[in-house]
Design a protein around this ligand. Structure first.
Ligand code: FEO
Length: 396
């Protein structure tokens, strides 16, 4: 196949692959993605990360547009997850590099994934001389996996950050300033919320570590999405905010409904919030994907979840949503529950228990209504919204 590398500067090239059709990434709804790999032309020609196995030929073709792949001396694996490593067995057979580097945990993880024809050389927080070009490795545990690391190209100021600062976005543009700024921020936030949020405390520590290293970063080159060259301070400050979320006046109301009774309660809660000065956003699970809802959670002060009682429990759609946010460890916001029931109310109690198990502070007992909410139930829902707004006001 014919495919071109994209120049980052005189000696660094993007040689990754674009996956136009990927719709889902472990439960996260995407519009395609890219698997980025980078080629450094130095005395020791070096490839940083690879791609998903079925995109190996595309990556090799892009490399071949710059240099014969067999001339590559070193390969660095910053992250073992299959979207960056599963091409390795094939690529190693073709390239036959002198060395393959990974973090200490990366060595184990690569050998646990693949039968590789080369011994993997472990690196810690250390340096590598490519001849006229120096790389330093920075361990970034749990961003995204235990073995993950960043590689910093000292002379050229490029931080190869694997999943960090990435986004799932298939596009022909390779740089941040070629993409609409609002889209860029949304996709970066969506990636953070759905992939990195569980590790926010480690993200905060990593930002501190990067600050202490005092790197002169001219580009951030992640393994997904565009290369950052114009909005580096933006993306760093977004990560600072997302890793230390605050209870803002924004409140999400998320629900599913059978006969619109739970929906009526949702609208009443929203009215109460508006009257109390909060900024409600109604996001029914029938209209919004969970991965977009959790993106909005990054800067929300409250999450109010509604569901009718169904066979003594929650609807499968709501159960799946609660399971999803549990895994992503959102904890900063207030939680509350509401829902209708026919003869045996169960959902509000069950949702409250789930919030508590997730260590999410409850904003109140919740609201439940028999069959179709009457005026008294709608007033209770309104009052719940009003009271949450008051709590958010006191917090912000
Ligand atoms: Fe893009 Fe954690 O893999």
């Amino acid at each position: 196949m014919k495919a071109q590398a994209v120049k980052l500067n005189d000696r660094v090239y993007w040689v990754g692959a674009i996956d136009w059709g990927m719709k889902e990434f472990h439960g996260y709804e995407t519009q395609g993605s890219t698997y980025n790999a980078y080629l450094i032309i130095a005395d020791k020609i070096t490839l940083i990360d690879t791609v998903r196995a079925d995109f190996a030929d595309e990556m090799l073709a892009r490399i071949a547009s710059v240099v014969d792949p067999s001339k590559i001396d070193y390969i660095i694996s910053n992250h073992t997850e299959m979207d960056h490593s599963s091409a390795l067995p094939k690529v190693l057979e073709i390239i036959k590099p002198e060395k393959l580097f990974a973090s200490k945990e990366g060595v184990k993880a690569l050998n646990e994934h693949f039968k590789l024809p080369i011994e993997v050389t472990p690196v810690g927080d250390s340096k590598l001389d490519l001849g006229g070009a120096h790389l330093s490795f920075i361990e970034t545990r749990m961003i995204h996996w235990p073995e993950s690391m960043f590689t910093y190209f000292e002379e050229d100021g490029i931080l190869f950050s694997q999943d960090g600062f990435g986004m799932h976005l298939a596009s022909s543009e390779r740089f941040d300033d070629e993409i609409d700024f609002g889209r860029l921020k949304y996709e970066a936030a969506k990636y953070y919320a759905n992939i990195l949020n569980p590790f926010s405390n480690l993200v905060a520590k990593l930002l501190e570590k990067l600050g202490k290293l005092n790197l002169d970063i001219k580009m951030i080159a992640p393994d997904h999405g565009p290369v950052w060259r114009s909005h580096i301070s933006d993306t760093l400050s977004w990560y600072g905010a997302w890793s230390d979320p605050k209870r803002t006046a924004k409140a999400l109301i998320v629900y599913d409904t059978m006969w619109h009774s739970t929906e009526k309660l949702a609208v009443a809660i929203s009215e109460g919030m508006l009257a109390g000065g909060a900024k409600p956003r109604i996001m029914p699970l029938t209209a919004f994907h969970a991965s977009d809802i959790v993106t909005e959670l990054l800067d929300s002060g409250a999450l109010v979840v509604g569901c009718p009682t169904f066979n003594g429990g929650v609807l499968p759609s709501v159960a799946a949503f609660m399971q999803y946010i549990k895994g992503l460890k959102f904890r900063h916001m207030l939680g509350a529950a509401f829902g209708s029931y026919g003869w045996s109310p169960a959902v509000v109690k069950q949702l409250n228990e789930q919030f508590e198990a997730m260590r999410i502070e409850l904003a109140g007992e919740g609201v439940q209504a028999k069959f179709v909410p009457d005026d008294a139930a709608l007033e209770q829902a309104y009052n719940l919204g009003f009271s949450i707004a008051g709590k958010l006001k006191n917090n912000s």
